[in-house]
Design a protein around this ligand. Sequence first.
Ligand code: BTN
Length: 321
Amino acid sequence: MNERILELFQESPEAYVSGEEISRRLNVSRTAIWKHIEELRAAGYEFEAAPRKGYRLVSKPDKWQVTELLQGMRTKVLGQKVHIYGEVDSTQTIAHSLVASGAPEGTLVLAEAQTAGRGRMGRAWHSPAGKGIWMSLVLTPRVPVYFMPQLTLLSAVALCRSIQKVCRVDIGIKWPNDLLIKGKKVSGILLESSGEDERLKYVIAGIGISVNLKVDDYPEELRKVATSLAIESGTEIKRETLVQEFLLEFEELYALYLEEGFSPIRLLWEALSVTLKRPIRTYTPNGVIEGFADSLDDSGALTVITENGEKIKVYSGDIEL
Ligand code: BTN
């Protein structure tokens, strides 16, 4: 039925189509039409509704352009195998099962929409259709399990640098890996891993970038804390270009990391950080720590100096600036 409704709107693009006309031509009730329009909205179609005029199709969801994506890929390994889906629960779940069936390093899972996008600390990740980059990347670094935080920070650096290259926005990293523009979150990273004999067997780097969301695409409770690249740059961003740039940046930094260790990545992270050298409040699993965010150590932990001069290492938590 959703297909037939769309066909009807496509007969006269730009024009309003009344509920009465849809109901008559498709032989369905007005309540059913409303339900289908809501379904289409959830799938990324934008409709304007005007009293006495009906509905107007304002925009269709952006769809991944596979050929364009693959043609512009400048990497050797990352993204050389891409799996693209419409709606999934979470690209992380798909990537885990692809690894179980032998997917190699560099495999990329992309989805138009996620119904159960996962964020850090058990939170949900808002992933509406066609508006963002919701992707999971398979990595197989044979490094000790306790190096995971370093990979998280590396991902944040790659993401931040690629966004800087593609969009004109002033973006920075909040420890450990939130990307902020004017204090609002635009992108998040979630690394999930499996280990064997104290070494990482594989890592799934889950990346969410809010690319072309408009203010209305966010639920009320997110509007104060979240934003998108389009909102901040004032222009729509080509998702394919950003994925290509991110993978290239990631591949280069990853090679540097495997060769030289974390030190060069740490310097890059520090240069992009909006957290260091300022007072912060950290919510950790062991309680709240207030103090001055002094530095990042080689394991990726944040050193906080409290009012009484005590130095505390924070390994995981949420920061309030
Ligand atoms: C965070 O900041 O809390 C991390 C958000 C990570 C979201 C991405 S979207 C693609 C991948 N699939 C998921 O379910 N989560 C990650």
